[in-house]
Design a protein around this ligand. Structure first.
Ligand SMILES: [Zn+2]
Length: 186
């Protein structure tokens, strides 16, 4: 039994080493490179963020991160967005820019309103209102988010998440010409 347990432990260690070797080997040459900036260019658009308490959000470009991105604060309270530009840019422009605005949403929304679904809705509506996302861009979310799993932190599973984003995006779209005319007649 003891030998078997040691054997398993050795195997587990070997698997762990392989996993680490794979992580080290697979990213491009600039893996492990980390850069801090105040704005980032995502598919040709410069993007920056200011938090709900009016602080500039620092952006950390971490080419070694496995996550597309996350929002956090430094110990001195500086709001921070960590992004892996290689992962972000693997998505189409609208979805790639959405990842940034979603993380920004976590800093813009007041703490009592901040959640994964609220950040998703905030992000797509902000993009629609600023003309960054058009109606046809919304369908990319269904395709590109289909494989995402949900999380205990409140991320909806990919297909439901895409549906929620599309619904929020559509709600923010300008009303049709007919609806505007109706409004003027009243
Ligand atoms: Zn989030």
């Amino acid at each position: 039994m003891a030998i078997r347990r040691t054997g398993w432990r050795a195997l587990a260690r070997a698997v762990e080493c392989l996993a680490i070797a794979a992580l080290v080997a697979s990213p491009p040459a600039r893996a492990q490179e980390v850069e801090q900036v105040w704005q980032v260019n995502i598919h040709g658009t410069w993007m920056s963020c200011v938090s709900f308490d009016r602080r500039r959000v620092l952006i950390e470009l971490d080419y070694g991160s496995e996550d597309v991105g996350y929002a956090t604060r430094l110990s001195d309270g500086t709001p921070l967005i960590v992004l892996n530009p290689d992962v972000v840019e693997s998505f189409s422009p609208a979805v790639a820019q959405f990842w940034f605005v979603h993380e920004c949403g976590h800093h813009i929304l007041a703490p009592e309103l901040n959640s994964e679904t609220a950040a998703d809705c905030f992000a797509i509506q902000d993009m629609v209102r600023n003309g960054v996302a058009r109606r046809e861009d919304l369908y990319a979310f269904r395709e590109e988010m289909a494989w995402l799993s949900g999380s205990p932190e409140g991320h909806l599973p990919g297909p439901q998440r895409a549906s929620h984003i599309i619904e929020c995006g559509n709600d923010a779209m300008p009303k049709t010409r007919i609806a505007r005319l109706d409004g003027r007649q009243r």
